[in-house]
Design a protein around this ligand. Structure first.
Ligand SMILES: Nc1ncnc2c1ncn2[C@@H]1O[C@H](COP(=O)(O)OP(=O)(O)OP(=O)(O)O)[C@@H](O)[C@H]1O
Ligand SMILES: [Mg+2]
Length: 407
């Protein structure tokens, strides 16, 4: 059921108002109120909401024009369509005075019944359409608000969902070396206790017995040391996930020099293998950024190609290219290794995601790279299948890195 269309009829002549009421009564869904003067009209608009005002022009004291002027000046009534009803007003005078006062139309007296009803119906249907549009706009806004809330919730639950495997993986990774250390140190404790008791009691120990005990103690302490090293390494990797902006040195440098430096270093450990690195970077790609983290990213990528991409393969080719791309430099890193499944590609940048769990992989390398590129270096990193095989990393580096957040 559409909203009732409220009309205010303003006329000092009571007979005119009665005629109008009888006429408008023929239309469905209309509520009519009456005002006998301009002042009364203004008062009524304070208390009621009207969708159309039929306003007599000639009235004592405040005439139609003056009343329209007041309506026009008041925020609440400014947009109510006004139709002048007049015996004297002519088209030319209406366009000169009436339009300026916010009136939209005029009807000549004596009123033509059909013309009046048609006009009123027209404004009624305009109002209904406007109301429908407003309600659609409200619905859309509501839907948009709900969508935003849902989106925020999704982001939040994605974060939480990402967190639990991290916690599980940290626990798992740390559990192994810590568990080993505990087993070994409790055996060591028993051994040392026995030895101590024997010496305290003044028992004579054979040299071979003593050597045996000391040998076991030495092996145990070495195992504990190894376990502790591994734990420390894991914790230090873990700490790198939160990139330490303050410790990264910013300067202006040529990308070719930085990549060339890392590749030369990596080549020294690859010289006995048939893995090759091809660099195709033009000189003078200047960046005002952080060379250390870029070095770290390239090393991580090369390590991954060798460890994962080329695993079980005799040969492998890595190619690193770079070109300008507006305010960025586009770095393409490709290896012709085994490539990654869709699932690995989807999670490769997640912290602690590794396909070498328990075999030395902590799954932090790529997530560190991701944090460095998207945070400190102000860029993006994406992974895709290589052509014709292997993996392709596309990295955009801001030529001018954003200003680091205060530590
Ligand atoms: N070049 C590549 N070719 C094939 N698989 C890759 C490559 N780079 C990464 N991966 C896959 O992505 C996973 C995540 O890599 P990431 O560097 O984050 O961890 P990791 O190498 O397993 O461990 P970490 O780097 O912490 O020692 C790897 O375990 C591997 O499965
Ligand atoms: Mg790695």
């Amino acid at each position: 059921m559409p909203e009732c269309f409220n009309i205010l009829v303003v006329d000092d002549n009571v007979n005119n108002r009665i005629t109008m009421r009888a006429l408008l009564g023929r239309l469905p869904n209309i509520a009519m109120m009456e005002a006998g003067s301009g002042a009364e009209c203004l008062m009524m608009t304070v208390e009621h909401i009207f969708h159309l005002i039929l306003l007599d022009v000639q009235m004592p004291e405040m005439d139609g024009f003056e009343t329209a002027l007041h309506l026009q000046m008041t925020e609440r009534t400014r947009n109510i369509p006004i139709v002048f009803v007049t015996a004297t007003l002519k088209a030319e005078e209406f366009s000169r005075r009436g339009y300026g006062l916010g009136a939209v139309d005029y009807l000549a007296k004596p009123l033509d019944d059909n013309l009046l009803l048609n006009r009123v119906r027209l404004y009624q249907s305009l109002h209904e359409r406007e109301a429908t549009l407003e309600s659609h706009a409200r619905d859309l806004q509501d839907a948009l608000d709900r969508l935003r809330v849902t989106q925020d919730k999704l982001v939040q639950s994605e974060k939480l969902a990402a967190l639990s495997p991290i916690v599980a993986a940290v626990a798992h990774e740390l559990n192994t070396p810590i568990g080993n250390c505990m087993t070994v140190s409790s055996t060591l404790d028993v051994d040392i206790g026995t030895l101590y008791a024997a010496v305290e009691k003044g028992e004579t120990l054979k040299r071979s017995q003593l050597l045996d005990s000391l040998g076991r103690a030495r092996t145990a302490s070495q195992l504990i040391l190894r376990g502790m090293f591994r734990t420390a390494e894991l914790v230090s990797n873990f700490k790198q996930v939160a990139v330490d902006h303050a410790s990264s040195q910013r300067r202006t440098f040529d990308l070719k020099d930085i990549v060339g430096g890392v590749v030369m270093l990596m080549n020294t450990s690859l010289h006995k293998t048939a893995y090759r690195i091809q660099v195709n970077i033009p000189g003078s790609l200047w960046l005002d950024s952080y060379p250390g983290p870029i070095d770290q990213i390239i090393s991580n990528l090369i390590n991954n190609s060798v460890l994962h991409g080329f695993e079980g393969r005799k040969e492998g080719l890595i190619s690193i290219e770079a070109q300008e791309d507006g305010d960025y430099i586009r770095l393409l890193y490709h290896d012709d290794g085994c490539g990654m499944s869709d699932e690995v590609k989807q999670h490769v940048f997640d912290p602690f995601f590794t396909t070498r769990l328990g075999k030395g992989g902590s799954g932090l390398g790529m997530s560190i790279c991701y944090n460095l590129v998207t945070g400190l270096l102000g860029g993006t990193i994406e992974v895709a299948d290589g052509e014709p095989s292997g993996s392709l990393f596309t990295i955009l580096l801001a030529r001018k890195a954003p200003l680091a957040a205060s530590p």
